[in-house]
Every structure is written in C-alpha cells, then in structure tokens.
Design a protein around this ligand. Structure first.
Ligand SMILES: *Cc1c(COP(=O)(O)O)cnc(C)c1O
Length: 390
C-alpha cells in the first residue's frame, strides 16, 4: 500500500494527523500528573460521545473482541440465559463468547442482509428468563444496521440487560445510551472513533454495574474483570494515579485527541454527516447498478456499504480498486464471502474522499469489463454532496 492510498475499509480507517502525532509523542510515565489528566479527561469524553452521562467508562488495551469478552465475562454467570439478536459474523462471535463463559444461548436469526423482527425478539424476551440480550449495532459482515433503540427499549421493558456491540457504529450511528436505557455500549478504537487499533472501550450503565456487583461467582478472567479496572478508572478521573496493568499511554493520548475532535464537531452533527456520506455513496451505487447486501435502505448501515459484485465481476475486483489507489475490503460473511465487497465510510471521510472512492470503483469495474456511462456514478454522488451543502 502506498502512503497516498486511501484506506476505505470498515476499520482501521484514515486517522487525523493530530491523532497520529499523539502516538509519536514522548511516552510519559503512566502515573505522571500529565498522563493522569489526559486519561481522566478521555474517560469523561467517552461518556459524552456515547451520550451516557451516568455510565461507567472502561478503556483497556485490546481490540473490539476484548470489549465483547469484557461485557460477557462481567455480566453473565454459567447457566444464565442470553439472547443473541443475530445479524451476521460478529453476532456469531458474540454467541461464541457467551458460550465460552457458560451461558445458555438462544439466537434470534434471519437471512444475511435482514434483521430479526423486533416483535419476535419481544416474544422471546417475554418468556425467556434471559439475563442479557446482545445486539450488533452494525454488523460489519453484512452492512446491516439493527434497530438498536427499539431492541434496547424492549429489553429494558422485560428487565433484561442490553449489550450493544458498537464496534462499527459508535460515533457514526445515532446512539443515545442513557436516553434509550442501553446497559453496555462497547466499541474499539479503530473504526468510527478514529484512533489506531489497540483499545477496547465500554460504557456501562448503573444497572449493569449493580448486576456485576450482585454476581455469585467471581469473574473468570482477571484482565477483563470490571473489579480490577473500576478503582483505576475512578482514580484517574479523580486526578489520582492507580495501577492494575499498564495502560497504553500513547493510544490514550491519541484517544483523547480524537474524542476532542468528535465532541468539537458535536455528536448530532457527526451522526448527520455519516448519514449524508452514506447517502452520497448509495446514490453512486444505484447509478452503477450495484445491489447492496442489506435488504433495504432502512436496515443499511451509514458506516459502511456492503455490495454484491455485478454479473461477470469476481473477488479480484478489490485488487483492481487498489491499483486505482483506494483500499477496499472483500466479503466476510461465511455464506457469501466471495460474492460481495465492502467500503468503509466512517470517521473523517470528506466529500473528496467519496468522489475519489467512487471514481476508483467506476474505473476498476470498467477494467473488469463492467462498463457504465463514464462519470455517471461520480456525478450522482456529487449531486448528492452539493444538495447536502445547500
Ligand atoms: C470489527 C468488529 C469487531 C471486532 O473488533 P476487533 O477490534 O477486530 O477485535 C466486533 N464487532 C463488530 C461489529 C466489528 O465491526
């Protein structure tokens, strides 16, 4: 990959130069006053980004999968029941994590590209004696966006803890954790939060913290235990140092810078910008006659596009786009892997990035023998971007 290539995969994404500079800064002691104030501020900013003023934030070194595992390890005891609202690969992974921790797992399933019916989920919750329900906000394997608000509210009505995997959604898709009553919103640094890979982040409601405190058995993982991290995070927010395991100092610097940018933009403005960007891409895909994997726009993510290859085009297409200077991702869902590709569009995607990406896709398609009116897709995206600018 050339340094000038545009990275348009569903994470890691393009990062702001100031965020990258924070990674290269001199590493301070993790118990120095400078670092304490940065970490404390970043924890507070995470609450604001998740619109969860009452939640307890956790930020630890690890990837999104660790954040999934932390939620499960702390909230589920062996033999307890969990309902997985399954929209693809990452929901399957959540079920695997739950099983590993001894949960009895029930899944609400659907065909790839669809979302399980909320009424069906409600029926399952009504007589299921579930402790937790998990939802993948955006399943990165299908580009499907689950109706997070409706699902979280239904779980709340039935006294079931809701765990929402926001790894491909947090800070890109509308989410109001406190207002909706979501119990855990979990994410990773490298997608819409705009920080290189390496951080697992969670915001946990008071209700979920109480459920953790009421456990009968110890959390089976030491590193993932809320009990180890809670005093540390509380200390840093109170301006004191504390040690359990060394925090990733430079990633925390980078997180603080990026969250500062996000909050300066404003969460509502940011959600709206992601929606506009996604709509500009959708206009381009329509102009090219490409079919999205999600069955309708109402369940399609704003953080990525998952698109079937047209007739006569195969998985070598992603390499052709790379030759045009734009890096896209292939398929991930096990049933459809070789039949579609994915374009990430989160964090700092500018109108110029949209046009560069659409232009590269158009040229690569033409190179693969799928010819359309040259520039038609670029024009469709441009028209949409100009409309948004008015
Ligand atoms: C990327 C992703 C994950 C996994 O995150 P890693 O950082 O790769 O461990 C989990 N869930 C969703 C929805 C994702 O998009």
């Amino acid at each position: 990959m050339s340094e000038r290539d545009l990275l348009m995969i569903p994470g890691p994404v393009e990062f702001h130069p100031e965020v990258m500079r924070a990674l290269g800064a001199k590493t301070a002691s993790h118990v120095s006053p400078e670092f304490i104030s940065v970490f404390g501020r970043a924890l507070g900013r995470l609450r604001e980004v998740c619109l969860a003023p009452s939640a307890q934030p956790f930020v630890v070194a690890g990837s999104g999968t660790l954040a999934m595992e932390m939620a499960v390890a702390n909230l589920v005891e062996p033999g307890e029941r969990a309902l997985v609202v399954n929209t693809g690969y990452f929901s399957d992974r959540m079920a695997t994590v739950l099983e590993r921790y001894g949960a009895e797992v029930v899944q609400a399933r659907c065909a790839p590209g669809e979302v399980p019916d909320t009424e069906q989920v409600e029926r399952l919750l009504a007589d299921g004696r579930f402790k937790v329900m998990t939802v993948t906000h955006v399943d990165t394997s299908t580009g499907v966006r689950a109706p997070a608000e409706a699902l979280v509210r239904v779980a709340g009505r039935h006294g079931v803890l809701s765990v929402v995997d926001g790894v491909c959604a947090t800070a890109g898709e509308v989410f109001h954790q406190d207002a909706w009553g979501a119990d855990v919103y979990l994410t990773a640094s490298q997608k819409a939060l705009g920080v290189p890979p390496g951080l697992a982040l969670l915001t946990v409601s008071a209700r979920a913290m109480a459920a953790w405190r009421a456990r009968r058995t110890p959390v089976r993982s030491l590193y993932a235990d809320f009990g180890e991290w809670l005093p540390i995070h509380e200390a840093y927010e109170a301006g004191r140092a504390a040690y359990f395991a060394t925090p990733p100092v430079n990633l925390v610097y980078a997180l603080d810078v990026s969250l500062g940018h996000l909050l300066r933009e404003g969460m509502e403005a940011r959600f709206e910008r992601h929606r506009r960007t996604a709509n500009a891409f959708r206009a381009a895909w329509r102009a090219l006659g490409l079919r999205m994997l999600p069955v309708s726009e109402s369940v399609a993510a704003h953080t990525l596009s998952a698109l079937y290859y047209p007739e006569g085009v195969d998985a070598s297409f992603v390499g052709r786009v790379r030759e045009q200077g734009v890096v896209l991702a292939g398929g991930l869902h096990p049933e459809l892997k070789t039949r579609y590709f994915r374009v990430g569009h989160m964090n700092e995607v500018s109108p110029s990035d949209v046009l560069a990406t659409v232009g590269a896709v158009e040229r690569a398609l033409a190179g693969a023998g799928y010819r359309r009116e040259p520039g038609a897709a670029v024009a469709a995206a441009q028209a949409h971007l100009l409309e948004g600018a008015r």
